[in-house]
Design a protein around this ligand. Sequence first.
Ligand code: ADP
Ligand code: FBP
Ligand code: MG
Length: 541
Amino acid sequence: METATVVVAPVPVAIAPPAQHKLLELKSSFAPAAKSAPQARKAAKPAPKKKLAGGSGGYVLEDVPHLTDYLPELKSYPNPLQDHPAYSVVKQYFVNPDDTVAKKIVVHKGSARGTHFRRAGPRQRVYFQPGEVRAAIVTCGGLCPGLNTVIRELVCGLHDMYGVTSVLGIEGGYKGFYARNTVDLTPRSVNGIHKRGGTVLGTSRGGQDTGKIADSIQDRGINQVYIIGGDGTQKGAASIHDEVVRRRGIPCAVVGVPKTIDNDIAVIDRSFGFDTAVEEAQRAISAAHVEAESAENGVGVVKLMGRNSGFIAMHATLASRDVDCCLIPESPFYMEGNGGLLEFVERRLRENGHMVIVVAEGAGQDLIAKSMHFADTHDASGNKVLLDVGLWLCQKIKEHFKRKPGFPITLKYIDPTYMIRAVPSNASDNVYCTLLAHSAIHGAMAGYTGFTVAPVNGRHAYIPFYRITEKQNKVVITDRMWARVLCSTNQPCFLTHEDVEGAGQEEEEEPQLPLVEGDNALLLRSPPMCNGNGPLCSGAA
Ligand SMILES: Nc1ncnc2c1ncn2[C@@H]1O[C@H](COP(=O)(O)OP(=O)(O)O)[C@@H](O)[C@H]1O
Ligand SMILES: O=P(O)(O)OC[C@H]1O[C@](O)(COP(=O)(O)O)[C@@H](O)[C@@H]1O
Ligand SMILES: [Mg+2]
């Protein structure tokens, strides 16, 4: 495990660059800048991999890197936004540099204040002049409603707010950096693309060659790169940041914009496109319900996307109210015997004469694997290729009722697969994508790098990559939301009391400011980590 570099700051800890860089660094694991790179500047000082700052009451700022961490001599300029006619009506142009966003907002009287992230938004000083910016945008991984909106708003936002005119579109995902063409993006060329599904830049899985991507960024003189993609993409973005900024010392803002219909990205409130996908899934569920209702013992089975997380199935079920049973990867189920799915199907058909089952594609994978032998396969990005739970489920239900003469059923299987993610984003996702793009631009212009932008408890924040990639967001079956689903469908929960006890939400680990040798250890050992008075707590230390 990498040792985090700790930065201890006074309270309030979040202050605008360059003042923030007076913070005390205790330890570093920074590799030297590449000497041979033509455009690379030698990083003048080692920069921290993790930037943690302590405050009173257990407050921790998990900060994101800033270009001046690596290149302290970098020049800054007044933010042109303050002269922008549209923004002249805004009372406060800039976010308060001390603003941070709390990761946990439900707290107790005695709780530690816990993790905070830097609040997104425009800063007083920017680290790029408009004419110097050479931005690039890339979309990676599976499609998601809203990709085009984010592209459009990045191009228009850079142009309209900051006067940036050089924006490159990288075609076909990560491999496009070195194996495909680029396209110049202008406000005119992207106008109207938000009304289309997909991504005008194209996307792909696999092909993430960090060295080649870094070479391409360096050769093309790209100094802001906006990387739109899911958990895999954000891992790729982290390694690009490590290579380009940390290792080669290139002053490039590497910014992640989280995308996935699965909503499986940790920390953030929700990912864009999820809302649209849930809405689109309603059409499949309604069709299944109509078919089921119109037949004798009609069973409608709908399979929805959701590789490891059942959020789409859960929300689509709750929204629809036509669903009798929702199956998700996080909640194991069984077919046969007392309390099993087949018994429930039979009971519901006897009661109502029809039923609808919604199953997330990642559900029941262990059951299928047990009943059939398949070797695991993976896609180009390394994601496990799932077995078709929908077909398997239909087969099992049909076999069960075949063994019951006098109980004929009519089963219809609907698999909308790509239909829920290939549509254009809805109105609310469009607004969300616009805010995301703007927050991303403000962060890059302000010189931040190596971060993902997203709302945390309703406020946009800059989140370090490692926080986004360390684990996936999953439905917590001991949370009230899953209980609401069980309550609305009246389905069995398939779990024993012991299972529920064991399935409790993993207690979120609060970051520990690591102990270091010497005088510092004392301070870090005794919470609150920093009271703002000691020598190590001084911003000027
Ligand atoms: N651990 C990883 N490190 C670096 N790049 C990765 C990693 N996982 C995936 N990628 C790259 O990110 C891109 C998208 O990943 P993928 O898992 O397909 O979609 P998503 O980002 O939507 O989850 C692909 O080009 C893939 O090669
Ligand atoms: O067939 P593909 O394009 O590999 O995509 C299938 C997967 O993509 C998803 O839509 C999500 O993909 P991402 O991880 O790229 O966001 C899953 O729900 C689904 O399992
Ligand atoms: Mg993914």
